[in-house]
Design a binder for this molecule. Structure first.
Ligand code: CUA
Length: 181
């Protein structure tokens, strides 16, 4: 706050102009901050699948239940040619070991997180959902071709985020036919 009365006219003009500029720039910065914040929020929600979606499939988010009967990372038969794999994401792994599933079977992944948000994406498929602590995301997929598919994490989750990958090994439906080739 400058005392304008003790200034010469030219000094006064200088300070008045300065204060006007200052107000304008504070205003511009506030507008920029608001706009960038909104863009960042939209980007996270849309691009990082915080609104959980998965290609054409609709994962169901249910209430987390402690299900001791479901071992982590193991395909449990739940119906004719249908299996469920339960995964609890943790910094920074998806499963205790490689996950074996059968080619051509309907595999339903039940995915949750023990710590922070992780992005559950399986390379070469349209599986993509967010592992949310306290919630179970469900997504089903049929692996048509045998081979190794990697679950990668597409949600930044800390220091080793980039290394958070676990293999899904799709075993051939008819191993003897495969071996004969
Ligand atoms: Cu888990 Cu990034």
């Amino acid at each position: 706050m400058s005392d304008l009365s003790s200034m010469t006219p030219s000094e006064r003009r200088f300070y008045e102009a300065g204060e006007r500029q200052e107000r304008i720039w504070v205003f511009i910065v506030l507008i920029l901050l608001t706009v960038l914040t909104i863009i960042a929020m939209l980007y996270v929600v849309i691009d990082y699948n915080l609104v959980t979606k998965s290609g054409g499939q609709t994962p169901v988010i249910g209430q987390m239940t402690t299900d001791q009967a479901q071992p982590e990372g193991v395909a449990v038969e739940t119906g004719p040619n249908a299996y469920t794999v339960s995964l609890v994401a943790r910094m920074w792994r998806w499963a205790p070991g490689p996950i074996h599933v059968k080619q051509g079977a309907k595999i339903t992944f039940r995915v949750t997180s023990a710590d922070v948000l992780h992005g559950f994406e399986v390379q070469g498929t349209d599986i993509n959902l967010t592992a949310v602590p306290g919630e179970i995301g469900l997504v089903s997929h049929v692996f048509r071709k045998p081979g190794t598919y990697y679950i990668i994490c597409n949600e930044y989750c800390g220091l080793m985020h980039h290394a958070m990958a676990s293999p899904i090994i799709v075993d051939p439906a008819r191993p003897e036919a495969e071996a004969a080739q």
